[in-house]
Design a binder for this molecule. Structure first.
Ligand code: HPA
Length: 280
């Protein structure tokens, strides 16, 4: 089943038929909100706004492990994430979509793994026989491969949907993840650009990392809501971020609905076998 993670300005998706809301508890604590189980074209999906409805959790305090574990508990094996980003690459314009293929991690204080060896927290109610539960039950340390952090099949489907709809998009891009909640200095943005960063945001890490640790396929659609600090010379505001996300809501909805319809049952990539050989 597909999970959808909504970002700033995307707290629900109209067009989906809502079946039920589910509150899920996890051994890592409470997810950002209840999960919304919905249906579109005969397919079930699960939606979660990562900041909670009303935007209650700032990026550094989101309980990412709870959010991802909750998706797993509900049977999600693939996640489409939507987020707002600042554009670093001069080729990017505000309003562009970017389907990221790499990230650089500058976050600082976020739990970013389920596998904590002697300190591992386990879910006694999850009895699935898979590598996740095996590694957790054996208190193993896991170094998950990040050569291809995002699901190539999902990225390619997103690209073809953008193409078909005629939206301005970039089929790849490197996401620089910052700790936030403050915005960046122009000096930081210049440095990120020199390192190869195309966009900057505060939430994709550790989301993609934790999804991969659960062998969940993961792809991200990023909306360039603003040019990053120092590029336009103007002061940045949260108002412009939310305004641009609102302006792109209809296009995002079209992309998501088409994605739900078109995603194949079986994804032919390495995401679901990434845990093989990953534990020590
Ligand atoms: N920086 C960090 N995160 C963001 C930005 C930005 O400029 N825009 C939207 N999310």
């Amino acid at each position: 089943m597909l999970g959808i993670l909504g970002g700033s300005g995307l707290y629900n998706i109209d067009g989906l038929k809502i079946l039920e809301e589910k509150k899920v508890m996890t051994p890592y604590g409470e997810p950002s909100d209840s999960y919304i189980i919905a249906e579109y074209g005969g397919r079930k999906v699960v939606f979660l706004p990562r900041h909670g409805r009303g935007h209650r959790y700032p990026p550094h305090l989101i309980n990412y492990r709870a959010n991802l574990w909750g998706f797993r508990k509900l049977g999600v094996d693939r996640i489409l994430s939507v987020s707002a980003v600042g554009g670093i690459n001069p080729l990017l314009q505000a309003g562009d979509f970017v389907i990221t293929d790499q990230f650089i991690d500058f976050t600082k204080v976020r739990p970013n793994t389920f596998y904590e060896g002697e300190y591992t927290i386990r879910d006694g109610t999850d009895d699935r026989e898979d590598l996740v539960n095996r590694y957790l039950s054996e208190d193993r340390v896991v170094h998950v491969d990040m050569t291809q952090p995002f699901c190539p099949v999902m990225r390619s489907l997103l690209g073809s949907i953008m193409e078909e709809k005629g939206y301005r998009y970039h089929r790849k891009g490197t996401y620089v993840a910052t700790e936030g909640p403050r915005l960046e200095t122009p000096a930081e943005i210049r440095a990120f650009g020199l390192l190869g960063g195309d966009v900057v945001g505060m939430t994709l890490v550790p989301e993609v990392v934790l999804a991969r640790e659960l062998a969940i396929h993961f792809a991200s659609v990023n909306v360039v809501t603003n040019l990053a600090a120092g590029i336009s010379g103007e002061k940045l505001t949260s108002d412009e971020v939310i305004e641009m996300m609102r302006a792109k809501t209809e296009e995002l909805k079209q992309v998501i609905l088409s994605f739900i319809q078109k995603i194949p049952e079986k994804l032919e990539c390495g995401c679901d076998t990434v845990l093989e050989g990953a534990a020590i």
